[in-house]
Design a binder for this molecule. Structure first.
Ligand code: ZN
Ligand code: MN
Length: 134
C-alpha cells in the first residue's frame, strides 16, 4: 500500500465520522466533527483524507454539479432520494436494478460497469408536515 493510502489516525477518525451518520454530510460538517477529536486539523487535511478514502474505496463522494459534494460512509452502490423541501439526501433500501444496465447495453452496445440513480421529490416527513398544514 502506498504512503498515501495508509490508514492514518486522522483518516480513521474521518472514516468513523462518516460511517456513524446517514446524513451524507458535506466536507465542512465532517471538518466540524473531526475538530472535536483533532482540534488542530485543517479543512484542507479533511479534504485530502476524504479524497484518499474515496480512492481506497472506503467511502463515496456524491457530486452534484456546481453545489457542494456530499460524502457517504457506505461505499457500496445504492440509490438516494433528495428531498426538495428539507434538502436531506436519504438512502433508499432497494436493490440495484441490473435490468437497467442490460437495457443500456442492449440499446447502445456499451459495456456498463455501474450506474447511479438519484430520485428527487418530497420526503415522507415533509409530506406529513404539508398535510397537517392543509
Ligand atoms: Zn424533506
Ligand atoms: Mn447513501
Amino acid at each position: 500500500m502506498s504512503k498515501k493510502h495508509r490508514m492514518t489516525k486522522q483518516k480513521r477518525i474521518i472514516m468513523e465520522i462518516l460511517r456513524g451518520t446517514t446524513s451524507h454530510p458535506t466536507a465542512d460538517w465532517v471538518y466540524e466533527q473531526a475538530r472535536k477529536q483533532i482540534p488542530d486539523i485543517s479543512l484542507g487535511t479533511v479534504y485530502r483524507n476524504l479524497n484518499n478514502l474515496k480512492e481506497m474505496g472506503e467511502i463515496m463522494e456524491l457530486c452534484y454539479g456546481s453545489s457542494f459534494s456530499r460524502y457517504d460512509g457506505n461505499p457500496e452502490n445504492h440509490y438516494h432520494f433528495h428531498c426538495l423541501e428539507c434538502g436531506r439526501v436519504l438512502d433508499l433500501d432497494m436493490p440495484i436494478n441490473r435490468d437497467l444496465e442490460k437495457q443500456v447495453e442492449e440499446s447502445s452496445g456499451h459495456k456498463v460497469e455501474r450506474h447511479r440513480l438519484e430520485f428527487y421529490g418530497v420526503c415522507c416527513e415533509c409530506n406529513k408536515k404539508k398535510q397537517k398544514q392543509e
